[in-house]
Write a protein that binds this ligand. Structure first.
Ligand SMILES: NC(=O)c1ccc[n+]([C@@H]2O[C@H](COP(=O)([O-])OP(=O)(O)OC[C@H]3O[C@@H](n4cnc5c(N)ncnc54)[C@H](OP(=O)(O)O)[C@@H]3O)[C@@H](O)[C@H]2O)c1
Length: 332
């Protein structure tokens, strides 16, 4: 496949509102050792992209400055030492940046095949949330079949993926969401739901679990949620924090319940992980989750698509909070 010299990508001159995002021309990236260049057909939009646009998400050293953490498309060029993929293969990838573009260079180890029957939009909706949920819910959180998990932000991209994976692996998801409509959307996906504006989620969880409490909490809020999450956990429960939308500190935090109930508090970020770490998550997904995607036992939830040139509208929708599931840019 011969590559053009230039491509279209989404750029910005300075951090700001969604309308700072605009199409621009840029050189097509070349693959480094162990990388492939993907001709991008669709690119997922994620909350960290919004934070990057606002100037609140530092780009790791060496990563593309262009926004975009996940893509799906066709392998266009192989870098030195890449043996596992061939030109023309359909792949989706967790990128290190640079997804909002016609071509994107990614480590080959961070690529996965499109699941059976998938198109580019569905495939592009997988990597960021599936890598994150797998690593946190099942890796750090050790979620097991038969256990009950509370997922905050049930309608988010992360939330809908967490519901799908929890159910596919035999766990029982309870979610929080910010309205009755959002709760209904989560119930349709198979979760029990608590409207956190209308109810105290700690009391609601105790009622839903007959006072038994939870095995795992996946939290994207933190701040004052930290002690409330701990109040929900049963003996040997695990709290996994993946974002701090409510702040980083909790004045009411008390270590005694953690000791008495042998709780584990952990958390992580995906983007700064090394190529080897991301590659090992990709390998685990391929072995354990891709067969379930191929069999239709779990799937991404797509809320809306936009052409690449309308990336600003996609960001405005995400910031409105009206979406349920993923927002995806169509690149060609
Ligand atoms: N650690 C990692 O590696 C990693 C990776 C990817 C994403 N993340 C984080 O995970 C979160 C979800 O990402 P996404 O791309 O799925 O975003 P998204 O679809 O935009 O979802 C954001 C969610 O946060 C919920 N929310 C906001 N403030 C809240 C509050 N005070 N209480 C409860 N819920 C609140 C919103 O739900 P309501 O409207 O119902 O309040 C919404 O569902 C983001 O914070 C993102 O930064 C972390």
């Amino acid at each position: 496949m011969s590559l053009p010299s230039f491509m279209q990508q989404i750029g910005l001159d300075a951090p700001g509102k969604p309308d700072v995002l605009r199409l621009e021309q840029a050189p097509v990236p070349a693959p480094g050792p162990g990388e492939i260049v993907i001709r991008v057909q669709a690119a997922g939009v994620n909350r960290p992209d919004v934070l990057q646009r606002l100037g609140r998400y530092p780009v790791p050293p060496g990563a593309s400055l262009v926004i975009g953490l996940e893509v799906a498309g066709v392998v266009a060029v192989l870098g030195e030492g890449v043996g596992e993929w061939g030109v023309g293969d359909r792949v989706c990838a967790l990128t290190n940046g640079g997804g909002y573009a016609e071509y994107c260079a990614v480590p080959a180890s961070q690529c996965l095949p499109w699941p059976d029957g998938y198109g580019a939009v569905q495939a592009a909706a997988l990597p960021e949330t599936f890598f994150t949920v797998w690593a946190n819910l099942f890796g750090h959180g050790h979620l097991q079949a038969g256990e009950t998990v509370l997922i905050h932000g049930g309608t988010s991209g992360i939330g809908t993926t967490s519901i799908a994976l929890a159910l596919a692996f035999g766990a029982h998801p309870i979610v929080t969401a910010g309205s009755a409509e959002k709760c209904a959307a989560c119930e349709k996906l198979g979760a029990r739901a608590v409207d956190y504006h209308a109810q105290d989620f700690v009391a609601a969880v105790q009622a839903l679990t007959d006072g038994q409490g939870l095995d795992v909490v996946l939290d994207m809020v933190a701040g004052p949620y930290l002690s409330r999450n701990i109040a929900c956990l049963r003996q040997d429960g695990r709290l996994v924090v993946i974002a701090v939308q409510g702040g980083t500190k909790d004045d009411k935090f008390d270590i005694l319940p953690v000791m008495h109930r042998r709780l584990v508090i952990t958390g992580s970020t995906m983007r700064p992980r090394t190529r080897a770490e991301k590659g090992s998550i990709a390998a685990a997904l391929r072995e354990q989750v891709w067969p379930k995607l191929n069999a239709g036992q779990c799937a991404p939830i797509i809320h809306a698509t936009f052409p690449l040139k309308d990336a600003a509208a996609a960001h405005a929708l995400m910031e409105s909070g009206a979406h349920v599931g993923k927002i995806v840019l169509i690149v060609d």
